[in-house]
Write a protein that binds this ligand. Structure first.
Ligand code: FMN
Length: 297
C-alpha cells in the first residue's frame, strides 16, 4: 500500500491524489455579482450540502496553486453577499467547463459559455435557465483556510429559494433522481454521469437498529461466497426470522429438493445455500436470504 504523509507534498501532488480519491464531487455552478454589477459564473466541485435547518451549502474557491491569487467568485461574494448555485446536468457539462476558463475580471461567463441568464427573485446574481435546479442563496460566512497556494475559502451559502424545472419532477412534485441527469467531478479531467442504469438503492438503516455483522453466525459471516455488501444487508435486519418461519420455509418443495440433492455433503450444502442466499440478497430479498441461511447453519 502506498502511504503518503501530506506534510512533504506539494499542493499540486495533493490535489492529484485527493481529487482522484475524494470523488465524485457535485458541481456548484455559482453566479455572483460585484459591487459594480458585473456578473460572474464559475463551477466549483469543492461543494456540498451541510445542513437543512438552516439549509446551508458550502463551496470553496481556492487560492490558485499556480500563483496564489484569489478567484473572482470569492472577491464578488465578499463585495455582494449573494449567489445562485446552479446544479449542473449532463447536457450542460461542456459549457460549464468552458465557464471555468480564467477570463479577466468583468467578463461575463454567461455570454462566454453560452448560457441564458434569467433574473432571480431575491438575490442580484442571475440564474442559469438551463440548470435543472437553481438555488438562490445569501452568504452567511466566508472562512479562509489559509493564505498559501491552494488554500480553500469556505463560502457558507444559505439557500433561500429553490427553483426546479418541471421536467425533472415526478407525479408527487418531488425530484426524480433518474431524470435530473446529474454530473460530478472526479480526478483530473474525469467526470461521471448519474444515469437510470447506474442508480441503485441501499435500504436506510435509520428506522431500525440492525443486529450488526458481529451478530451474524460465524459460519455465515466467514462465508467465502457472501460479499461485504451481502453481510451489510444481513446485519441491517432488526431481528431474525422466527423458528416457525424457518420451519415453514424448510418444508417448501424447493428447499426439500435442495436438501435431498446435497444429501449429507455438508460443504456442498453450505455452498449451495450461500449461493442461493447471495442471489436473493443481490435481488434485494433479505428476509428469504436469512431464512435459507438459517436452514443451513
Ligand atoms: C467542474 C469544475 C469544478 C471546479 N471546482 C473548483 C473548486 O472547487 N475550487 C476552485 O477553486 N476551482 C475550481 N474549478 C476551477 C474554477 O472554476 C476556475 O478557477 C474559474 O476560473 C474560477 O473563476 P472565477 O475566478 O471567475 O471565480 C473548477 C473547474 C471546473 C471545470
Amino acid at each position: 500500500m502506498l502511504t503518503l504523509h501530506t506534510a512533504g507534498m506539494t499542493p499540486a501532488e495533493l490535489q492529484n491524489y485527493l481529487q482522484y480519491a475524494i470523488a465524485p464531487r457535485p458541481i456548484c455552478f455559482a453566479s455572483t455579482i460585484d459591487k459594480a454589477g458585473n456578473v460572474n459564473l464559475s463551477p466549483f466541485s469543492f461543494f456540498n450540502l451541510f445542513g437543512t435547518n438552516p439549509p446551508m451549502c458550502v463551496f470553496s474557491p481556492a487560492r490558485r496553486v499556480r500563483d496564489n491569487t484569489t478567484k473572482h467568485t470569492l472577491e464578488n461574494v465578499l463585495e455582494v453577499g449573494e449567489c445562485v448555485i446552479n446544479i449542473v446536468s449532463y447536457g450542460m457539462v461542456q459549457q460549464t467547463s468552458l465557464a471555468s476558463v480564467e477570463y479577466p475580471k468583468g467578463v461575463n461567463e454567461f455570454a462566454k459559455a453560452g448560457f441564458t441568464a434569467i433574473p432571480s427573485e431575491l438575490v442580484k446574481p442571475p440564474r442559469v435557465a438551463e440548470a435543472p435546479v437553481q438555488l438562490e442563496c445569501l452568504i452567511r460566512q466566508v472562512i479562509p483556510l489559509g493564505d498559501q497556494n491552494g488554500a480553500g475559502n469556505l463560502i457558507l451559502a444559505e439557500v433561500m429559494i429553490i427553483h426546479i424545472q418541471d421536467s425533472i419532477l415526478d407525479a408527487d412534485g418531488k425530484i426524480d433522481q433518474a431524470k435530473i441527469d446529474l454530473v460530478a467531478r472526479l480526478g483530473g479531467d474525469w467526470y461521471c454521469r448519474v444515469t437510470k442504469e447506474n442508480l441503485f438503492k441501499v435500504a436506510k438503516p435509520v428506522k431500525t437498529i440492525g443486529i450488526g455483522v458481529d451478530s451474524i453466525p460465524p459460519s455465515i459471516r466467514n462465508s467465502g461466497i457472501l460479499t461485504g455488501n451481502n453481510l451489510g444487508q444481513l446485519g441491517n435486519v432488526e431481528k431474525l426470522p422466527t423458528p416457525e418461519e424457518i420451519d415453514c420455509f424448510r418444508s417448501s418443495r424447493e428447499i426439500q429438493e435442495m436438501l435431498k440433492e446435497t444429501g449429507t455433503d455438508r460443504e456442498l450444502r453450505e455452498a449451495t445455500i450461500h449461493a442461493k442466499a447471495k442471489a436473493l440478497l443481490d435481488a434485494g430479498d433479505v428476509n428469504t436470504a436469512w431464512k435459507i441461511l438459517l436452514i443451513g447453519s
